[in-house]
Write a protein that binds this ligand. Structure first.
Ligand code: ADP
Ligand code: MG
Length: 685
């Protein structure tokens, strides 16, 4: 309110509408776009449709009522070379009052041509007289709202405010990056960057300004991650497991059902090293579908058990928890270890019995769903926890699991939704990342095709051949507008058709509305090859492992997200058989949908899929609300600015390592800004 032209009334609305309370806030209210007046054209030159800027005057404003009774405003725009018709269909009354004629203006908008006559609808108008910002070549355009507009704070109003701050002599802004960084990374100074961002001299200055400000955002974010990482390492003690003992060795030497891939061995070694220390392990294992993460998890658990502790594994769905329970029970049985299962909907007496086993320490390994993090669940001595398919859980849910141990247990989190490396880096600066970048030997790449409805019989004929060979098939139906009921109906209808065509085969079904026991029975039948086909809604999306199945049919595949499609495809190709993924789509597929399906056909590589997904959706959507760890940067875009991100990370981690308390003179300013940034990004738990 102390800025000239603001005052209490505007100040209040600025605070309410755009959170602008200080000069700093105003400077960080960035233009959304820029009007390029470096190229002003003449009316006479308008020969094609497209966006242009013209300079001239407006005359003859007139409101017209169309045949349908709707209001329209027209006016004539005139420069030294000719005239152009202007039209408005919205805000007609307000415009009629506020349009100023016979004054020099710059207009920007899209030219349309009717019979060679140019016209423009809803042009942006800047009056060029009387104000220093109006003669600029590159004009910033600020987002505004109706309320702001009523107080004269439209784009132009904002321009006057920012210009007052930035263009007045005497304005000075403190630098917040050490001089040597500016030099090393050829970054514009902070003050210059903010000036150029609002009032660029040229587009190349603007680019430099944006690069500097993106660097700043990413640098302070990474500084915060570096700090958090060191806090985690120093704050959370965990029980050290120095011995790799009897159970681990017995299993490794006598019971391992296959030899580990080199990637599995390498990751296990990383985990062993972490768990040997008295600091809490916080390790993310990224491995594509079918890369064998479960075995890595199991053998890590044996390390905890060998040192006298319990281990727990949390999975996002009951089907998956039950599958892990069966598998781990098989592995654990010859070692004389007890595995317990805790999921929702278990009978009371049974549940009490399970809880008792966890509390007494009788259960060496506990497998479960979200049920594990409920309050009554108490462990005797929990030394390590594994979270499978971690992207399905929130940060808080994961923490609630490991907080069930004292001292805190070691943490292993696993995901088959590969996050592009740089993104993982940004998100998980405080987590160590291991990558299983190798599939078990003998796997054949899954063949993926995309088919339309017209080829359905051909597809079904193909499936029949696979069933005749004794193989099994999945048919998945999409979620229908988030409604479990419709979802279920689509699958039921699909199943009936399949049963008709595949009458000599047994077709089973799982869906989200089934009781856990029934789901489990159906999955068991499929696993034992007593069902040839399994119709399903997306409940089988993650983790399900039935190696004898070789066909995955996805109905209305265009409705699935890319990572979901890749997850579903990962249900086949789980041994050395040739497997197939058939994407069925309707006739109308959006461009994004086409891009997704084509990406599936083009590659089996989860990392590549993740990259494409990130490109298609942008980082916010890509990570979804669950992953809300990612801050909203004002300028930086993690998908596009990976080079800047890497530089910023390198710089931030190096500084934090060398001078964590910011004691050197040249780092003094970092402390203050780091605070401000952590505050801004405190969503990252
Ligand atoms: P994901 O990483 O997707 O969780 P799983 O752990 O379910 O994969 O493993 C996929 C399949 O590969 C399972 O049937 C598993 O038994 C098998 N498997 C895992 N590791 C190996 C290996 N080193 N050699 C052969 N088969 C393996
Ligand atoms: Mg898995």
């Amino acid at each position: 309110m102390y800025l000239k032209k603001v005052g209490p009334q505007r100040a209040e609305v600025l605070a309410k509408e755009c959170n602008i309370r200080t000069y700093g806030d105003l400077l960080h209210y960035y233009p959304r776009k820029y009007v390029d007046r470096t190229k002003v054209v003449k009316v006479r030159e308008l020969q094609a449709e497209g966006y242009v800027t013209l300079v001239g005057k407006i005359y003859a404003v007139e409101s017209v009522t169309t045949k349908r009774g709707r209001g329209r405003l027209t006016a004539v725009f005139k420069d030294s070379s000719g005239t152009l018709e202007l039209n408005w269909f919205r805000a007609v009354n307000w415009l009629k009052k506020s349009l100023r004629t016979n004054e020099e203006v710059a207009i920007f908008g899209k030219v349309s041509l009717f019979n060679g006559h140019p016209s423009m609808s809803h042009p942006e108008i800047d009056y060029l007289e009387g104000d220093q910002t109006n003669r600029l070549n590159i004009v910033p355009s600020y987002p505004s709202t109706e309320k702001l507009g009523r107080l004269g704070l439209d784009s132009r109003g904002f321009r006057q405010l920012t210009a007052q701050l930035l263009l007045e002599p005497g304005f000075h802004l403190q630098e917040n990056l050490p001089a040597y960084l500016l030099e090393r990374y050829r970054l514009m100074g902070r003050e210059a960057a903010l000036r150029q961002l609002h009032y660029p001299e040229t587009f190349s200055h603007l680019e430099q300004a944006r690069r500097r400000l993106k660097f700043e955002e990413l640098f302070f974010f990474q500084l915060m991650l570096a700090k958090r990482r060191s806090q985690r390492v120093h704050a959370n003690e965990a029980p050290p497991f120095p011995t790799v003992g009897e159970k681990f060795h017995t299993f490794y030497n006598d019971y391992l059902p296959f030899s580990l891939t080199n990637a599995q061995k390498r990751v296990l070694k990383e985990i062993r090293k972490d768990m040997g220390a008295s600091q809490q392990m916080n390790r993310l294992v990224q491995g594509d579908v079918g890369s064998g993460k479960t075995m890595v998890a199991f053998m890590s658990m044996l390390i905890a058990i060998d040192n006298g502790y319990q281990a727990a594994l949390m999975a996002p769905t009951e089907i998956l928890a039950e599958q892990h329970f069966r598998k781990l029970s098989d592995y654990a049985e010859p070692l004389g270890l007890t595995v317990a299962l805790l999921v929702g909907g278990q009978r009371k007496a049974h549940r009490r019995n399970v809880l008792e086993k966890l509390a007494s320490g009788e259960a060496h390994i506990t497998v479960g769903t979200h049920a594990l993090i409920e309050d009554p669940v108490v462990f005797h001595k929990l030394g390590m926890v594994v979270v499978d398919e971690q992207h399905k859980f929130g940060v808080k849910q994961r923490a609630r699991l490991w907080q069930k141990g004292r001292p805190f247990p070691h943490n292993l989190i696993m995901t088959a939704t590969p996050i592009p490396r740089t993104l993982a880096m940004t998100l998980y600066g405080d987590v160590d990342v291991s990558i299983i970048d190798e599939l078990p030997p003998g796997r054949k790449p899954i063949k993926t095709v995309w088919r339309g409805e017209s080829r359905r019989l051909e597809v079904w004929g193909f499936i029949k051949k696979e069933l005749q060979r004794g193989k099994q098939a999945y048919v998945v139906y999409p979620l229908v507008e988030e409604s479990e009921k419709l979802d279920y109906l689509a699958a039921v209808e699909g199943k009936e058709k399949l049963e008709n065509y595949f009458s000599e085969y047994r077709v089973g079904m799982v869906h989200g509305r089934m009781k856990p026991e029934d789901k489990e029975i159906e999955m068991q039948l499929f696993l034992q090859n007593k069902l040839n086909m399994l119709v399903s809604t997306t409940v089988i999306e993650v983790g399900v492992d039935v190696p004898n199945s070789t066909v995955m049919v996805i109905e209305n595949a265009e409705k699935f997200g890319l990572s979901q499609l890749h997850q579903l495809r990962g249900r086949v190709g789980r041994n050395d058989e040739q497997s197939y993924c058939i994407l069925m789509s309707g006739p109308k597929v959006s461009n994004q949908g086409k891009a997704r399906l084509q990406a599936m056909v083009d590659t089996n590589d989860g990392f590549q899929i993740a990259d494409t997904d990130l490109q298609l959706r942008g980082p916010g959507d890509f990570l979804g609300t669950r992953q809300s760890g990612l801050p909203e940067f004002q300028l930086a875009n993690i998908a596009e600015d990976q080079a800047i991100l890497q530089e910023a990370r390198k710089a931030a981690f190096a500084i934090f390592e060398a001078d964590p308390a910011f004691e050197h003179d040249e780092h003094a300013m970092l402390a203050q800004y780091e605070q401000a940034f952590s505050h801004r990004y405190n969503t990252l738990a």
